[in-house]
Unconditional design. Sequence first.
Length: 290
Amino acid sequence: MAEQLKTITELPVKDIVMRDRRRPVSAAGVAAIRASIEELGVMQDPIHVRKVPHRGGEYVLMVGAHRLTAAIEMGWETIPVTCWKCNDDFAALMELDDNLAGAELTALDTAVFLAERKRVYEKMHPETRRGVAGALAKHGATDTMSVASFSAATAEKFGLTDRHIRRLIAAGERLDGRDIQLLRKAPKPITLKDLMEVSKIGETGERYHVVEALSKGAVKNAAAARKSWKAERGEAPAPVNQTEQAFARLSDAWKRAPKVARARFLEAFAEQIQTELQELVDGLTEGDDA
């Protein structure tokens, strides 16, 4: 499956191809590596590349995008490498495992990487797929690196239950390339809870609605986006407008309060009320002028 080319331990930076990465390179990550190199005088670990004969023998990066980017920025001519001859699946697993094991991933990237790892591993080992694995187990077959064991190990690393990891994988499997790109542009990070909610969605139209709402920051979370989807289809009441809800509470409190309490409230907030009333009048006047 894979052969390490021990005769190649260094390559010219310009000869290494970096394409189709599963995660964008982080400027902060590159800066941290540069700071470490400047302090220690060395790059602690080599990058991993693969020699691809059917592409003219080019060297394609598998692991170490941040290290390679740091080397490029620092003007290095060569960089330490571990070189492999391997297939696409081995290269994919190496990249995925390097990210899952060593990086501070977002919940979104974790879900996407776990789902992709499961897909690639089951492609390489079809006997581990659900159903097939169970049949083999009945006959005493063993699997030293099943998706189940990987899921459990990842659960321990992230401080989650194995059930949570499986739901993360389910969420990652639901998302397509368009979904992932949109969610990465969301104004606030997609949370683990959001992804758990996405994992429950079976209908493509609803998933698109939820992803787009999250990417635009139009909803507080995935659960709220699902409620708005159902409301638009007449399957649930429309979500309560937060402004209207707050106004109703204030109105109710004012109506219920005795006269002496109202007077005390007006005295305590007189300056703020006067300021806001003036802003309201000014706003109305500007509207008339327009």
